[in-house]
Design a protein around this ligand. Structure first.
Ligand code: FRU
Length: 499
């Protein structure tokens, strides 16, 4: 017999259809995630730390809320939590769009772009010239530099610096290789499912040094490769390199998704620790794509990654205005050894907790929380239940489930009844991650921010990121179970708006 039990924790986590009309308070507007004030965004670009500021550049259409006229938008932050949007950094010009890329800090002025003996910022991006009736599209790698902390930029007059005369050749990720004392670029050949590596002394002259792939999942184009080094289990003498590659379509949950490879990199060649058929996924939801790590973080700083919280299946249709597109919460990265091997783990930036406002616990009964941006940390004793978890953003007819299925041993987020789902046939979905039933309670950290649900479990080995568009009065948060399970604890905090 299946008993469905439910405890109502809180009735007042409002669904966020606020009346107020401030620039960041429209329906579904994220309150502690970055979204541009208006217009379209996709991938984060050029994440870099420099002179006390974190820079977030992003694929941006200055002229509309659908993809087009791609340029680099720009925002800065002193804590990666509060962001200030600045004017467009790199505009589309002369019919050449500015696609995804990275930013480095040129300390030794290898490029010759830096002034007054000080380090400067150099952006490396893909220039995209759309196809015409007479010519195919062209994608090349290009440079721009700034000597005023990213406030103004100059495109290099001898662009492009790398041109294979190809229509698909994009998304350079550039960093300084200490081993080889040169710049390294990882860049994608999307249709070949290959990442090419180039080396350069000065960011201007690039020499091909190796390639990786095809490997893992190859169901669509490879995009947005990044390569970074991490200690294993916190041991700085035992490191691995992670090569992360976006895949669109062909992601695990349909449409866009991201896989990663764990291996060694000697400054020239990436060698996969696993066989070519192993597919590892950075996220098990539908909405984390083209995630990028920060360059130039101080040595003691934990590596941090931010992704685009969306999926190309419906990115141009999501029902938001006057902006469309947003970023994930910044995530601290680490590598950890599990029985199945070394895996990437991620957890939300701890300083997000600085936004905590009102607090309620399961035993606290109902509380009035006039916010729909919240954090729920919970441990569940699964008992004999077939399924247990949380119904979020619920009213009588709609809800989003974050649950664990003990039979299938998987953690899932089901948004099929989450509110507005009809704008795309690909939106209603149940996304699941394999997760061996824990010996003790199942611990979850859940971040909700009006139109998104990010779930982290198993020390961050499992992340599930999904957009949702809840109904206006979907206020409830309830524990539910099929069979006997109990929440051991559930702590809920509303999170303040960063705007
Ligand atoms: C990935 C992507 C990139 C490209 C950019 C264009 O989402 O397709 O490969 O550089 O978006 O906006």
């Amino acid at each position: 017999m299946t008993v469905t039990r439910s405890f109502v924790l809180l009735l007042f986590v409002a669904a966020g259809h606020a009346q107020s009309s401030g620039p960041y308070d429209q329906p579904y507007r994220p309150q502690y995630h970055f979204s541009p004030k208006q217009n379209w965004t996709n991938d984060p670009n050029g994440l870099v730390y420099f002179e006390g500021e974190y820079h977030l550049f992003f694929q941006y259409n200055p002229f509309g809320d659908k993809w087009g006229h791609m340029s680099w938008g720009h925002a800065v932050s002193r804590d990666m939590v509060h962001w200030q949007e600045l004017p467009v950094a790199l505009p589309e010009e002369n019919g050449v769009m500015v696609f995804t890329g990275s930013t480095v800090i040129d300390r030794a002025n290898t490029s010759g772009f830096c002034r007054n003996g000080k380090p400067c910022m150099v952006a490396v991006y893909t220039g995209h010239t759309p196809k015409t009736n007479s010519k195919p599209a062209l994608q090349t790698q290009n440079l721009a530099f700034s000597n005023d902390r990213g406030r103004t930029w100059t495109k290099y007059e001898k662009n492009p610096v790398l041109n294979l005369n190809m229509s698909d050749f994009r998304d350079p990720h550039v960093f300084w290789s200490e081993q080889k004392k040169r710049w390294v670029m990882a860049v994608s050949l999307p249709d070949d499912h290959q990442v090419r590596f180039y080396g350069s002394p000065d960011l201007k002259r690039w020499e091909r040094v190796s390639e990786f792939g095809p490997a893992g999942a190859t169901g669509g184009q490879w995009e947005c490769p990044i390569l970074f080094q991490l200690p294993v289990d916190g041991d700085g003498r035992n490191t691995r390199w992670v090569l992360k590659v976006g895949l669109n379509p062909g992601g695990l949950q349909g449409g866009s998704g991201e896989q990663y490879f764990v291996g060694q990199f000697d400054g020239t060649r990436f060698v996969n620790d696993n066989g070519p058929s192993t597919s590892l996924w950075t996220d098990y939801g539908k909405d984390c794509y083209c995630a990028l790590t920060f360059n130039n973080l101080p040595p003691a700083h934990q590596p941090v990654m931010i992704g685009w919280m969306n999926n190309w299946q419906y990115a141009n249709q999501v029902p938001t205005s006057p902006w469309r597109g947003q970023m994930t919460v910044p995530r601290e990265l680490a590598l950890k050894t599990f029985p199945e091997g070394i895996r990437l783990v991620q957890k939300p930036l701890p300083s997000i907790q600085g936004l905590r406002e009102k607090h309620a616990t399961m035993t606290g009964g109902a509380a009035e929380m006039k916010s729909h941006s919240f954090q729920l940390t919970t441990a569940l004793q699964l008992g004999t239940a077939k399924e247990a978890g949380w119904k979020l953003l619920a009213n009588d007819g709609s809800y989003t489930l974050v649950g664990y299925d003990t039979g299938r041993q998987e953690l899932f987020v089901d948004r099929t009844h989450s509110g507005l789902v009809s704008f795309s046939k690909d939106f209603p979905a149940r996304t699941a991650a394999p997760l061996v039933r824990p010996n003790g309670p199942l611990r979850l950290e859940i971040l909700v921010d009006r139109n998104s649900v990010e779930v982290f479990a198993d020390d961050g080995r499992v992340a599930l990121t999904n957009l949702v568009f809840p109904e206006a009065d979907a206020f409830r948060i309830e524990f539910y179970s099929k069979g006997a399970a109990t929440p051991v604890n559930a702590d809920l905090w509303t999170l303040r708006s960063i705007w």
